[in-house]
Write a protein that binds this ligand. Structure first.
Ligand code: FES
Length: 105
């Protein structure tokens, strides 16, 4: 399986997130109680980077208009956003965070 290296798990503090950019794609990488989630770092409502928002449990709040997204499913939980954000399958190997590479990414 082709995969994309995003970084070391130690770079993401527990219950924190950061943006990691690879090949002009911006990813949100979050560590929720030791579980890693990766989504695109872009709100589906307008062009806001979700890593500029804040985490609440396993959701992220958009900094612009306050929609929450489920980091696991990508689902938009409240308006104004109604489209899900893109989520990525996470692969952990030897402390490194990868996502599986598809034709889309
Ligand atoms: S840009 Fe994210 S809710 Fe509007």
């Amino acid at each position: 399986m082709n995969k994309i290296l995003l970084g070391n798990i130690d770079e993401i503090n527990i219950n924190d997130m950061k943006q990691i950019s690879v090949d002009n794609c911006n990813y949100l990488v979050a560590n929720i109680n030791g579980e890693i989630f990766v989504t695109d770092d872009l709100c589906t409502h307008e062009d806001a980077e979700l890593t500029m928002g804040c985490l609440k449990g396993n959701t992220v709040k958009c900094p612009l208009h306050g929609s929450y997204f489920d980091l696991k499913t990508g689902r938009a939980l409240n308006e104004p956003a109604d489209e899900p954000i893109e989520t990525h399958e996470v692969i952990l190997e030897d402390g490194q965070i990868y996502i599986s590479a598809t034709e889309d990414n």
